[in-house]
Ligand binder design. Structure first.
Ligand code: UDP
Length: 150
């Protein structure tokens, strides 16, 4: 028998966000991080990086066979990005909701992509799409000692 409340066994969900080079260029880092915080997500880790083309390619390896892979790697290594671990209840889905659809033309009003993205390739933000992806993506950029839970 163990009387520890169930919440203490449930790890808070984490997701990886990237503010892409287009949004960094637009001076929108603070505005985008602010949306996450206003929605109740917490920044558990964050850093600015300029990815090499190989680092961008490794991150997007899942898209290797897609026709846009080469251009995606060029774009993601074209300037600095801000990579962030977001933490909170339902963080993965919450972040995807805040981001909006991949193509800003389809993104709902008030979403990050509706407000900051120019096109389907320069679309302001990345967000993990599942728990499995999130774990892998967080590990791609951060060590355990760089992540701070509340
Ligand atoms: N992408 C692109 N052209 C396309 C589809 C996707 O350049 O026709 C890029 C875009 O930057 C997108 C990323 O590839 O964010 C990953 O695509 P995915 O379908 O996973 O969209 P996301 O999960 O980012 O909404």
């Amino acid at each position: 028998f163990n009387s520890t409340p169930i919440e203490e066994f449930m790890a808070v969900e984490r997701t990886l966000s990237i503010i892409k080079p287009d949004a960094v260029q637009k001076n929108a880092i603070g505005a985008i991080l602010g949306r996450f915080e206003q929605a109740g997500l917490h920044v558990a880790a964050t850093k600015m990086m300029h990815l090499s083309r190989d680092e961008a390619g490794g991150f997007y390896a899942v898209h290797k066979a897609r026709p846009f892979y080469g251009e995606l790697c060029d774009f993601m290594s074209s300037g600095p990005v801000v990579v962030t671990v977001l933490e909170g209840e339902g963080a993965i889905a919450k972040n995807r909701d805040l981001m909006g659809a991949t193509n800003p033309k389809d993104a709902a009003a008030g979403t990050i992509r509706a407000d900051f993205a120019d096109s389907i390739d320069a679309n302001a933000v990345h967000g993990s799409d599942s728990a499995e992806t999130a774990a892998w993506e967080i590990g791609y950029f951060f060590g355990q000692r760089e992540i701070f839970s509340r």
